[in-house]
Design a protein around this ligand. Structure first.
Ligand code: SF4
Length: 393
């Protein structure tokens, strides 16, 4: 895989060494078991896969290159480039300004942006609407574009199936930057609908099979369908793609489920006319991180720590997987670990910060499953390890 020029501050000598050794011993990526780091009093089960993925490294390389090449110019990022506070903070400290927040709300008025400015498109991509605003201002949206190639692959497949009159069902969070971008790029070529989970797929299935009415469909999905969506015609040919950071397993489950529904309605012999095969659009990094996380569940770890941005979708899904089996602490960085007996962490269920005043002190020799999201620098993981071992001489 291509090597990217990422600032050293985001790298870690320790983690690089571990990743390299695992890679050399398992070139085909068959072994997803964790790496065991034994420090006598504390043991870490370090996930086989975590940290910067291809798309994130690509985005970081472009962003810092843009900074170097355009000194003296105003440089804007359309929104957070990736969902990691350390990376975004560093970019801001280097003078980059964010035009929008995660939900597309402007933090800087479009009036203030001129053709003299540099605007970087984040790794999630952006909507056609925003691309057009930039074009009208004389800014080429493709010049500093960090959209991940795996996100573009989803857009390309959506375009292909839309050209054959298939409606694209996007498994994603309707408000997430990437889903908004995918929806927008799909809508140009055909019809689209966003569903959040299997429950919504089941609702859709009832509409397809006729046990739910047109009215119920529009009430449920009215804000998540493309313009002029016609429930009677636009659910005859469908295909499923996803927001690349959703649970890959859930996307596959939804895909298989809807395929079965289409078989029920149109028969197996006609299935290829009614259901598009889109499985090749799943992101490798999300898949590998989630597979490696499931391997962590097989360890005898007492607790798990997941490092990443609290608004990061892929990190939240990793937390969800671990949280079902063991106490899991979702922290943005090592500063949330105050001492052996105090940690501040994000609760994904209540979406609030919580404090645990026992943390590691409950265990004589803690065993910790440790991993991070695809946008978390390796340096942050090393800092967590160092902080924890500092409590144990
Ligand atoms: S998680 Fe996948 S799609 Fe998202 S930026 Fe990384 S490689 Fe690209």
């Amino acid at each position: 895989m291509r090597k990217f020029d990422v600032p050293n501050k985001f790298r870690s000598e320790l983690i690089t060494k571990i990743k390299l050794e695992r890679k050399q011993n398992d070139r085909m990526k068959r072994d997803f078991s964790p790496t065991i780091l034994n420090y006598s009093n504390v043991t870490f089960y370090l996930s086989r896969h975590f940290g910067f993925c291809f798309g994130v490294e690509n985005a970081i390389e472009i962003a810092y290159k843009t900074l170097n090449e355009n000194q003296g110019k105003r440089i804007f990022l359309l929104s957070e480039m990736i969902h990691n506070p350390e990376v975004n903070k560093d970019l801001e400290e280097n003078g980059i300004l964010f035009i929008q927040d995660t939900y597309g709300k402007n933090l800087i008025d479009w009036e203030e942006i001129t053709s003299e400015d540099i605007v970087i498109i984040p790794a999630f991509g952006t909507t056609i609407f925003t691309e057009n605003i930039l074009k009208e201002k004389g800014i080429n949206p493709l010049q500093y574009n960090t959209t991940c190639p795996f996100v573009e692959k989803v857009w390309n497949r959506s375009r292909e199936i839309a050209q054959n009159n298939f409606t694209t069902i996007i498994h994603g969070k309707a408000q997430h930057e990437e889903t908004r971008a995918t929806f927008s790029h799909t809508e140009v070529h055909g019809k689209a609908i966003t569903i959040l989970n299997l429950d919504e797929a089941k609702f859709l299935a009832e509409v397809i099979l006729g046990s739910k009415s047109e009215k119920e469909f529009y009430e449920k999905f009215g804000t998540k369908i493309s313009e002029n969506f016609d429930v009677n015609n636009d659910l005859i040919k469908i295909g499923v793609v996803n927001q690349t950071t959703m649970l890959a397993e859930e996307t596959l489950e939804i895909t298989e489920y809807l395929r079965e529904i289409m078989i029920k309605k149109f028969g197996i012999e006609k299935i290829s006319e009614h259901f598009a095969d889109t499985r090749d659009t799943l992101c490798y990094a999300t898949n590998d991180n989630q597979t490696a996380t499931k391997e962590l569940l097989k360890s005898d770890a007492n607790i798990s720590i997941v490092v990443g941005g609290y608004n990061s979708s892929n990190t939240t899904h990793i937390v969800k997987i671990l949280d079902e089996k063991m106490p899991t602490y979702f922290i943005k960085n090592e500063s949330e670990i105050k001492s052996k007996s105090e940690v501040h962490f994000f609760d994904i269920h209540t979406k609030t910060m919580k404090v645990d005043l026992e943390f590691l002190s409950k265990y004589q020799f803690p065993k910790i499953a440790l991993t991070a999201g695809a946008s978390c620098p390796d340096s942050e993981i090393e800092k967590v390890i160092n902080k924890i071992i500092s409590f144990y001489n």
